[in-house]
Design a protein around this ligand. Sequence first.
Ligand SMILES: Cc1ncc(C[n+]2csc(CCOP(=O)(O)OP(=O)(O)O)c2C)c(N)n1
Length: 545
Amino acid sequence: MKVVDVVARCLHDAGVETFFGVVGSGNFTFTTSLHALGARFVAARHENGAICMADAHARVSGQLGCVSVHQGPGFTNAITGLTEAAKARTPLILVAADTPAGETRSNFFVEQARIAEAVGAVPVRVNRARSAYADTTKAIRTALGRRAVVLNLPLDVIGEAAEWPQEPFVVGVPAAPAPAPRALDEVVAAIEGAERPVIVAGRGAVLSDAREPLERLGATIGAPLATSAMGHGIFNGHPFAVGISGGFASPLAQEVIGASDLILAFGARLTRWTTANGALIAPDATVVQVDVDDSGFGDRADVTVLGDARHTAAMLGALLEQRGVAGDGRLDDDLRETIAARRWRDEPYDDASSDRHIDPRTLSIALDDLLPEERTVVVDSGHFMGFPAMYLAVPDPAGFVFTQSFQSIGLGLANAVGAALARPDRLTVAALGDGGAMMGLAELETAARLRLPILFVIYDDAAYGAEVHHFRPMGHPVETVQFPDADFAAIARGAGCEGVIVRTVDHLAPVEDWLQRRPDRPLLVDAKVDPDVVAEWLEEAFRAA
Ligand SMILES: Cc1ncc(C[n+]2csc(CCOP(=O)(O)OP(=O)(O)O)c2C)c(N)n1
């Protein structure tokens, strides 16, 4: 065995069945070795595409993400996606070839470890053949603790002979901290003193599989259920679930959350996005935050509990039962009926659609009606992003890929490829802005080559709409963020996908046709949306910025 084979086998043993990358001379042998073990290799067309695919694949499948890149530029091309993965705490290993120690004159030389560290990833380097196994298992253990890891493989080491150990270690997932009894008592006291509690579940609740104990806790204390955008879908179908909290919150959710005197956040950071810049937290409300990591606690938290959402919710439920705390609280028939009748799509709006442009809300609602419920909705960043988040239902949290931890545009198109590979049983729908789509175009070819039935929907306003709507009201000229109309449908066809331009709801007929054909190639919908429809959530966000 060589070093690359040891690294590859460790990753394969850790469950890597699909990995992504762009192959150059430096990572050729590693890629071949992992592929030869049976892992599927997905050749992306840009390293940032590769890492975005791996990130989404990991989020949707729950498996360790894995990427293979060439040293130097292959590595630096992946940095935006690496930063997103690191900030989102996606368990992921970016295997990067690296220049030999001391070879700083190589054109490919760059300080990969320092760059990795600077964006929040953890660098690990295989310095010697003897340590290849230990280094790789360390990288895997770290990644499984929800970190993005860069495993640097120096060119002078990768081809050396290395041994598979006689007694390989078992790499386990680090356990979450157990909640402190005193902290739990404080939460119970807060619950006893509250009249209008609400539960907000975030990504931490999704990751710890906390749906059931949180729903039970909600029923015990009479609390409606909400989510952060990252937790979207966790309470799907629950009669007292009001949807997303924050800028994307429906008017009803805003009323319910804003009127709460106790906010119980489980695995939700309560960022300015989740709280609509704090506006959804009443000034005198008590805020409880439960998180596995104290970096998740914000300034507004009155009580904090270190622990995972699932166990903490279950322990709280048991404690409350012991003390005889129970009651319907806010959960009455009136609320149940109002929730059923006031989803986002039930809220009235002035439809701005014309023959030339479709209103982005009308487009989103029409798509929601057209597409199968078993879907994965992937959303890029930009002004448009609230529309799919608000109007496209998702079956569960794995059905919603929202890579906003770095707030980068341009990740969504490649995210969709990873999501589609992770859940081939579901239709993947990628909602993109025209600006973000332009940045990710290279992977249209990948999606077509892999014959993936992805529906790419471009909310095309021929502009960086977020910037237009931010600066135009202040009287700034906005030509720098406006572009000539581009024919994305033609671009898509050139890459091997199908493509259609949509200006009215009737123009969506080819989508229906495509769905019925059990497609084996992507369809791109270039939806020419009305550039003057401004999302209320963004206006709010700018007012507070
Ligand atoms: C990589 C990156 N570059 C620039 C920005 C700043 N930015 C935020 S939104 C946006 C415009 C996005 O345009 P588009 O994808 O067309 O979506 P729209 O806002 O028009 O809906 C830009 C440039 C960013 N967030 N990320």
